[in-house]
Write a protein that binds this ligand. Structure first.
Ligand SMILES: Cc1cc2nc3c(=O)[nH]c(=O)nc-3n(C[C@H](O)[C@H](O)[C@H](O)COP(=O)(O)OP(=O)(O)OC[C@H]3O[C@@H](n4cnc5c(N)ncnc54)[C@H](O)[C@@H]3O)c2cc1C
Length: 500
């Protein structure tokens, strides 16, 4: 039965979120013999991670090198990546794959027993490892969930939404949450936010409804700095509006295997638009498709010319999901349109996941280490989850703790719900693939009139950053400033003192 009295729990390390970053951070913290509490607002299986399709990028092939992976990541980031963070990602990443295998994740193999490697946009080498074809996220998460549940050092609180950090004067000592048994205050020596991204704040999205950016709002309310929030990656190929599964993702790995984007008459959409054609950076492909749609020309993903058996083996869940809505892969053409997919920005951290609030760490999509710059290279985000969860946990496990926290007044509020439909519509219209000063100014004024909540806070931060960047770069396109401006090759970091 629900209690009105706040329960208190105490732990060494508290992890918020059960995607791949949170699960791995919990296991790594327990590896250091720390007591861990893992809190998540849904079931352990409810996360963006569970939905990931293409796989995880790492330079493991004989003709590849982490140096090349660094260069590709920097090129995709369009001048705004933090090189040190990118080097950590690409060099540490290879080692994390061995850890993943040790945890029971079995990567798909080719005929010679080597890891089967997929190709995705803006990668110069085949370097995307996958598990179960396009079921990579679920098949990576399941072995980790089993280990988390079996580990006596880890206490799991499912269906428990964190509503506020127990933080004051720049120090975090845990969280206030609300779950099936009522309010709970979890006191912790260190708190790791792994709450994922915010792309469910847009009307058209590939993300599950829970991806509302809660961690950004929680950290912001506690005084943490946030960065790069104007950079939103719109995936070019989600199922188009009007189909029964509007927004369902069609992995870029399909184009890596040779699928192409075509018009009604079969002519290729990307011919002449970019030297990399169908595998150009996502922002370029997404805007090319958007331009076609605005001109009233539907765009299709076509795999008709590919080997049917091969497609079925590589993308089993896509073939099945599309069949469920009457669409045939590879036999038929699939109508596609861009959708909000990934937030490059987030809570500002250093290379050990430390935020600007003492005792508070962040890793995975909620964090902004600077690895993605203005645009994320495909399949680098799952790698980021493992590389930076590992580093954050290694640091957090030895954080000395912050003393006691004030648990007297659990905050009122709701957590865990989807973003309001009118907010999602406004974000799509005024802070979508293309933005301008007039739309962003209107949007911010509208947000200022809405009742406070995490979705409104994050939407306001994203649109404020988008208004400030008066140029176009990576995942941020300004209709009124369509060119890249070399004088703006710096990151926008917002702190509560500098934005009211
Ligand atoms: C359809 C799809 C396909 C993708 N495919 C790929 C791919 O092939 N390769 C790749 O690299 N990337 C891919 N991505 C991106 C990638 O999946 C994500 O960036 C990554 O999984 C994020 O992991 P995470 O652990 O940071 O967050 P998530 O996996 O989103 O997990 C966040 C967790 O935090 C919990 N949470 C949130 N708020 C609260 C709160 N207030 N209180 C308590 N708990 C909370 C959630 O319930 C969830 O458990 C894909 C994304 C999508 C949507």
């Amino acid at each position: 039965m629900r209690s009105a009295v706040t329960r208190r729990l105490s732990t060494d390390v508290l992890v918020v979120g059960a995607g791949l970053a949170g699960l791995y951070a919990a296991l790594r913290s327990a590896h250091h013999r720390r007591e861990v509490v893992l809190v998540t607002k849904g079931a352990l299986q409810a996360s963006n991670s569970f939905w990931a399709q293409g796989g995880i990028a790492a330079a493991v092939d004989l003709d590849d090198d982490p140096r090349l992976h660094v260069e590709d990541t920097l090129a995709a980031g369009d001048g705004l990546c933090d090189r040190a963070a990118v080097e950590v990602l690409c060099y540490d990443g290879v080692g994390r794959l061995y850890d993943m295998e040790a945890l029971g994740i079995v990567f798909d193999r080719d005929l010679h027993g080597a890891p089967a490697l997929g190709l995705e946009g803006a990668h110069r080498r085949r370097r995307v490892l996958h598990v179960g074809g396009s079921e990579s996220g679920r098949r990576m998460a399941e072995p980790l969930i089993a280990r988390v549940l079996a580990d006596p050092r880890i206490t799991v609180l499912e269906h428990t939404a964190v509503l506020a950090l127990a933080a004051s004067d720049g120090v975090c000592g845990g969280v206030h949450a609300d779950g099936p048994d009522g309010p709970v205050l979890v006191e912790a020596g260190a708190t790791i936010l792994a709450t994922g991204g915010a792309c469910a704040l847009w009307e058209r999205t590939t993300n599950p409804p829970g991806a509302t950016g809660d961690g950004i709002a929680l950290a912001w309310a506690a005084g943490a700095a946030v960065a790069d929030l104007e950079f939103v990656q719109f995936h070019p190929t989600a199922l188009a509006a009007g189909t029964p599964r509007d927004g369902f993702l069609l992995s870029e790995a399909l184009r890596g295997e040779g699928a192409t984007l075509v018009r009604d008459d079969g002519s290729p959409v990307m011919a002449g638009a970019h030297p990399q054609g169908d595998l150009a950076p996502r922002d370029v492909v997404a805007r090319a498709i958007d331009a076609e749609l605005r001109a009233g020309r539907p765009v299709y993903l076509s795999a008709e010319h590919l080997d049917g058996g091969r497609v079925a083996a590589r993308f089993p869940n896509l073939v099945e999901a599309l069949a469920g809505v009457g669409l045939e892969l590879p036999g038929g053409r699939i109508p596609v349109a861009p959708a909000a997919h990934y937030l490059m920005g987030g809570v500002h951290t250093d290379l050990d996941g430390r935020t600007t609030v003492d005792g508070l760490y962040a890793c995975g999509e909620v964090a902004c280490t600077g690895v993605h710059g203005a645009n994320r290279l495909a399949s680098n985000s799952l790698l980021e989850c493992f590389v930076f969860a590992h580093r954050a946990a290694d640091h957090a496990a030895f954080h000395p703790g912050s003393g006691t926290v004030d648990g007297a007044a659990p905050p009122a509020g709701e957590g865990g719900g989807p973003a309001p439909a009118d907010l999602r519509r406004r974000m799509w219209l005024d802070c979508g693939l293309e933005r301008d000063a007039a739309g962003l100014t209107d949007l911010i004024a509208w947000l200022d009139e809405q009742p406070d909540g995490p979705a409104v806070t994050v939407a306001r931060l994203v649109s404020t950053a988008a208004l400030r960047r008066e140029e176009s770069r990576g995942g941020h396109f300004r209709r009124d400033f369509p060119e890249r401006d070399p004088r703006q090759a710096h990151r926008i970091v917002l702190t509560p003192e500098r934005v009211s």
